[in-house]
Write a protein that binds this ligand. Structure first.
Ligand code: CMC
Length: 457
């Protein structure tokens, strides 16, 4: 396994753009950059130093924050490639362990490399007995994602042998440990909420078999693995494995850019993933389908999602990058049908979801804004059919995404152009003013109310 320098440096400087200050007529040449594929970029690294001018781009809608060679998305055409391989092909022909290797090390493994990687991951599946005690500090009713943030962050207090980020071997050890332990940590969070004993990973089982075994077995009876469900879990993990510079991955990179240890960085990614606009959307989709209730209500909710005075959105629809069908959603939709067929479930929620999808895709608002179903639209239905409670959906996403986070963290650490992430701001506050003693301030009654103070001043 190599820990080679990232080849993203192929990105070369070609032609340029000119920026003109219309108030003075002064112009600057800004170099353009092109990667192996994708949009042209304006390289503004030197802009502030040369001009004293900053750029403004809240939410990074037009900003590339780094170079990367891991994942490529063409959102207009609905293309997703990992290290050059299409997600459809990986979901159909690969398995999660192989996809992990590909994301982390850049190439599909040879049989020997795969066997050695697989063995190393199996070797790290157990969690420290002391770490298991952390769970008892949480309420049984705690959201499992809250437990994940805490327990994964706590790993940095256990593995002092792998927090020196300047040491390649320690970085490798932390990466493999995190991938290996996430299913165990997630399954313990699930069992803790049920008041059941913590599961033990079985190292004769594959990664995805172990996920199912740890989540659903209990010491009182035998657990029989269903190969169709194992395959479905494996596909779900592949489909969630990476998605370039999304919010949680960017959070991991930002945390890591200060030199923070890998366990703390991955905990920050889990926290970011939890939000309903990101990985928490799979949970929100099921809540939304429950709220809609029946097909005759769909029209009302499709219209409600368009009302600017209503905060309701169609969860599982829309994406910052995809302006076409999310290719992961297509695979997820088919997997969903397979799983429900095997389980013999006639799921009214799936029927409702398909009807909702059909109606939204015909609606002028969704067509105009290019809002298509994303990966989260169908994943919750599959997971629910398998027996996962909604609160565990984002945990499953986090288990799959860990390899993506750690691959980006690894890539960032060897990129000579990467600096500590430190955005600037457009300051809108008061200009310099004099301090007024407390007895001379005389606030109005309105200004002392908490709701006024929290209005976002
Ligand atoms: N329902 C109704 N309207 C929507 C939706 C939606 N799901 N998504 C976007 N819009 C509208 C939005 O109101 C805005 O309209 P206008 O231009 O008139 O202001 C326009 O479409 C663009 O939306 P945006 O919020 O500016 O776009 P964004 O790129 O900042 O946000 C998003 C992307 C995924 C956060 C958003 O589409 C959304 O909130 N979707 C629902 C949550 C969801 O499914 N998230 C999972 C994302 S995929 C998996 C993952 O990354 O974790």
């Amino acid at each position: 396994m190599s820990d080679k320098q990232n080849p993203a440096d192929q990105a070369n400087t070609t032609d340029s753009f000119t920026l003109t200050d219309n108030s003075t007529g002064e112009s600057w040449r800004l170099p353009s950059r092109v990667g192996a594929m994708g949009n042209r970029l304006i390289d503004i690294k030197a802009l502030y130093g040369e001009t004293g001018v900053l750029t403004y781009d809240p939410g990074f809608t037009s900003t590339a924050s780094c170079k990367s060679s891991i994942t490529f998305i063409n959102g207009v055409e609905g293309v997703l490639l990992h290290r050059g391989y299409s997600i459809d092909e990986l979901a159909a022909k690969s398995d999660f362990m192989e996809t992990c290797y590909l994301l982390l090390y850049g190439e599909l493994p040879t049989p020997e490399q795969k066997a050695s990687f697989d063995a190393d991951i199996r070797n790290h599946t157990l969690i420290h007995e002391q770490l298991a005690r952390f769970y008892s500090g949480f309420m049984r009713s705690a959201h499992p994602m809250a437990i994940m943030v805490g327990v994964v962050g706590a790993l940095s207090a256990f593995y002092h042998d792998s927090i020196d980020i300047t040491d390649i071997e320690q970085r490798r050890l932390a990466a493999h440990r995190l991938i290996a332990k996430m299913p165990t940590i997630g399954a313990c969070a699930f069992k803790y909420s049920l008041g059941l004993p913590f599961p033990t990973p079985r190292n004769e089982l594959s990664y995805s078999e172990n996920v199912l075994q740890m989540m659903f077995s209990n010491p009182a009876e035998d657990y029989k693995l269903n190969p169709v469900l194992v395959k479905a879990i494996d596909k779900i993990l592949i489909l969630h494995a990476d998605h370039e510079q999304n919010a949680s991955t960017s959070t991991v990179r930002l945390a890591g850019s200060s030199g923070a240890n890998p366990y703390a960085c991955i905990a920050s990614g889990i926290a970011s993933l939890w939000g309903p606009a990101h990985g928490g959307a799979n949970e929100a989709v099921l809540k939304m389908l429950d709220e809609i209730g029946s097909a005759d209500q769909i029209d009302k909710y499709v219209k409600k999602a368009q009302d600017k005075n209503d905060k309701f959105r169609l969860m599982g629809f829309g994406h910052r990058v995809y302006k076409n069908y999310d290719p992961r959603a297509t695979v997820m939709r088919n997997t969903c049908h397979e799983v429900l067929k095997v389980l013999g479930i006639n799921n009214p929620q799936l029927e409702l979801a398909m009807k909702l999808e059909e109606m939204a895709l015909k609606d002028a608002y969704f067509i105009d804004k290019k809002l298509y179903p994303n990966v989260d639209f169908y994943s919750g239905i599959i997971l629910k059919a398998m027996g996962f409670p909604t609160s565990m959906f984002t945990v499953m996403f986090a288990i799959g995404r860990t390899v993506g986070w750690i691959s980006h963290w690894k890539e960032m650490l060897v990129d000579d152009e990467q600096k500590i992430g430190r955005p600037r701001q457009l300051y809108m506050g008061e200009t310099k003013r004099r301090y007024v003693p407390i007895d001379k301030r005389g606030h109005t009654e309105k200004k002392t109310s908490w709701s006024w103070l929290w209005k976002g001043k």
